[in-house]
Design a protein around this ligand. Structure first.
Ligand code: PMP
Length: 395
């Protein structure tokens, strides 16, 4: 028995990806970004329709300048965790900015969005508690359940009735109940029916945490996410999110009105035992937030772009996501079909994400596409055309 035996399954899956002569998707790289919407891949300009850069802010001039200034003033890193030498004034400043953007009392900033979920959920839901999760939850949420040892109960994806039923069954049990849902689901673009879920939370007395990773900067009148869009922010106990999508940098956060957040800081291992964000990332994140607040038209453009792209793919007869959001998933019948289409799209100059079972909801292969505010109408039309050409060439 070798320590590497357990890798044989993944090795076989990898071999399947390249069996028909296609690329290994894990070898594909953006050699150089040309703009937020175009990158050099395999030496050629390629349209990017598979990023999380919803507002195009990874290339924000304001953020670039702020990062350079911060590096010159403070150096490149903190060399410590938030509870030791890794808290500089800029970390506190960012926490205050994020809290006030959300109109909440407290904010904790983490080094990644993954750690924000891992840390908050594992610390809030301990071994005597129940974690009630949407079946399609992100890996960071499932991993948190292992770190915290809470008992996991899954409800059907985006199904408030099933959530209600499962919470009612727990009535009278002593453990706390933490319900976790996402705003926009990363693979499918499905939006959580948060109004109904918030009503169930009120009725049952559960605690509600919403991961707005993909909906921050995208939904709601000021971009605060699905809770703002649905008018239920008062019912959400904890909002978690990331800077690595709409703000184009890296880092995670949790905002809340619960004063106990300051005690969470002292028990939350993914916050305590890792180095804090470097100052240039903090400066770039605050500048990107300034951009987002100053340009609400980015959100309007994003939703128009999402509608154009979704309608275009639907018009080709593809099996696209039901709801219109910046994440547009094209579901395919077979893994072979998905691999061939993904390769053909890239040959023709279009980059999207290849997502295969078991990492997909319903265990069906999909091409996960995403739209940005900075895509032009012509780029979207071209992307749809490339799908048509690729489909035709593959029959
Ligand atoms: N939550 C969700 C729903 C996500 O999709 C992701 C990233 N794919 C994360 C959390 C983690 O965010 P980050 O990549 O910033 O660590």
């Amino acid at each position: 028995m070798s320590i590497f035996d357990k890798f044989r399954t993944v090795e076989q899956r990898l071999a399947l990806l390249t069996a028909g002569g296609g690329r290994n998707p894990f070898d594909v790289m953006i050699e150089r970004p040309v703009s937020s919407t175009v990158g050099i891949i395999e030496g050629r300009e390629t349209l990017l329709f598979g990023t999380n850069n919803y507002l195009g802010l990874s290339q924000s001039q304001r953020a670039i300048d702020a990062a350079i200034d911060a590096v010159r003033a403070r150096g490149v890193g903190t060399t410590g965790s938030r509870i030791a030498n890794g808290t500089q004034s800029v970390h506190r400043e960012l926490e205050q900015r994020i809290a006030s953007f959300f109109g909440q009392k407290h904010c904790m900033v983490f080094s990644t969005g993954y750690q924000a979920n891992l840390g908050m959920i594992s610390t809030l839901a301990g071994k005597d508690d129940y974690l009630i999760l949407d079946a399609d939850s992100h890996a960071s949420i499932y991993d948190a359940s292992r770190l915290g040892h809470a008992q996991v109960i899954r409800f059907k994806h985006n199904d408030p009735d099933d959530l209600h039923k499962r919470l009612r069954r727990l009535e009278g049990t002593p453990g706390a109940k933490l319900v976790v849902v996402e705003g926009i689901y990363s693979m499918t673009g499905n939006v959580a029916p948060l109004k109904e879920m918030a009503a169930i939370k009120r009725e049952t007395g559960a605690t509600l945490l919403v991961d707005e990773a993909h909906s921050f900067g995208v939904l709601g009148p000021t971009g605060r996410g699905v809770a703002e869009a649905e008018g239920v922010e008062a019912d959400v106990d904890f909002i978690v999110g990331t800077f690595s999508k709409s703000l184009g940098t890296v880092g995670g956060y949790c905002v809340s009105n619960h004063d106990e957040i300051d005690l969470v800081r002292l028990q939350c291992r993914p916050y305590m035992f890792t180095a804090s964000l470097p100052p240039e990332v903090i400066a770039a994140t605050m500048a990107a937030l300034d951009d987002m607040v100053a340009q609400p038209e980015l959100r309007t453009q994003l939703s128009q772009n999402a509608a154009q792209f979704h309608a275009g793919l639907k018009g080709l007869g593809l099996n696209v996501s039901q709801q219109v959001s910046p994440v547009v998933a094209v579901t395919l019948e077979t893994v072979e079909e998905a691999i061939a289409l993904w390769n053909r799209l890239l040959d023709l100059g279009l980059y999207v994400n290849l997502s295969l079972p078991p990492a997909t909801p319903d265990h069906r292969p999909l091409l996960r596409c995403s739209v940005m505010a900075s895509h032009t109408s012509a780029q979207i039309a071209r992307a749809v055309e490339i799908f048509a050409e690729a489909g035709a060439s593959l029959g």
